[in-house]
Design a protein around this ligand. Structure first.
Ligand code: HEC
Length: 147
């Protein structure tokens, strides 16, 4: 039981929890612990992800991607729309552009870091590292939109 309380209090910061001090690790039912921790983390990640989307991601998508990947594009490139969450989850010719929480499986991040020979996005020049870091963080937080 002590373990579960710890998860509720600390979201993983077990060291700070007095209830658990001195107890054997994983003394409680281990299957319960991660589930409790994850549920709580998800809520704050959601809010942080939305904030990041509003402040950094959407403006960048608008400026650097919509020209070729939105309803406004003269000709949609790669069958990929980046003007909705549905769009980046569904992805384009190569499948999903973003897998929420999974940086490695998110093709969009690879194209933006110029790691894919055939796909370097945006084509006219790599975005600055700080912005790329924001995109990575946003994917880790679940790639939320504003909804
Ligand atoms: C000037 C046009 C242009 C802009 C701007 C642009 N792209 Fe692209 N993008 C393309 C083209 C063309 C393709 C398809 C290449 C192909 O299929 O050979 C593509 C394909 C992609 C793909 C792969 C889609 C798939 O499944 O095949 C991703 C991911 C992508 N772009 C992300 C982005 C992101 C993110 C931005 C903004 C940071 C961006 N693009 C900006 C032209 C553009």
């Amino acid at each position: 039981m002590g373990r579960v309380i710890c998860s509720l209090l600390g979201g993983g910061a077990l060291i700070a929890c007095a209830t658990c001090a001195g107890r054997q690790p994983f003394a409680g039912p281990p299957s319960l612990v991660p589930r409790v921790t994850v549920t709580i983390a998800d809520k704050s990640d959601d809010a942080a992800g939305k904030k990041l989307f509003r402040e950094r991601i959407r403006p960048a998508l608008k400026e650097h991607c919509y020209e070729c990947h939105s309803a406004k594009s003269d000709e949609l490139k790669g069958n990929l729309r980046l003007d909705s969450r549905e769009g980046w989850l569904k992805g384009g010719d190569n499948g999903p552009a973003i897998v929420p929480g999974d940086v490695e499986k998110s093709f969009l991040l690879k194209t933006m870091s110029y790691r894919e020979d055939d796909y370097k996005m945006p084509p006219r020049g790599k975005l600055d590292e700080e912005l790329l870091g924001d995109f990575e963080r946003w994917v880790k937080l679940g790639a939320q939109d504003d909804q």
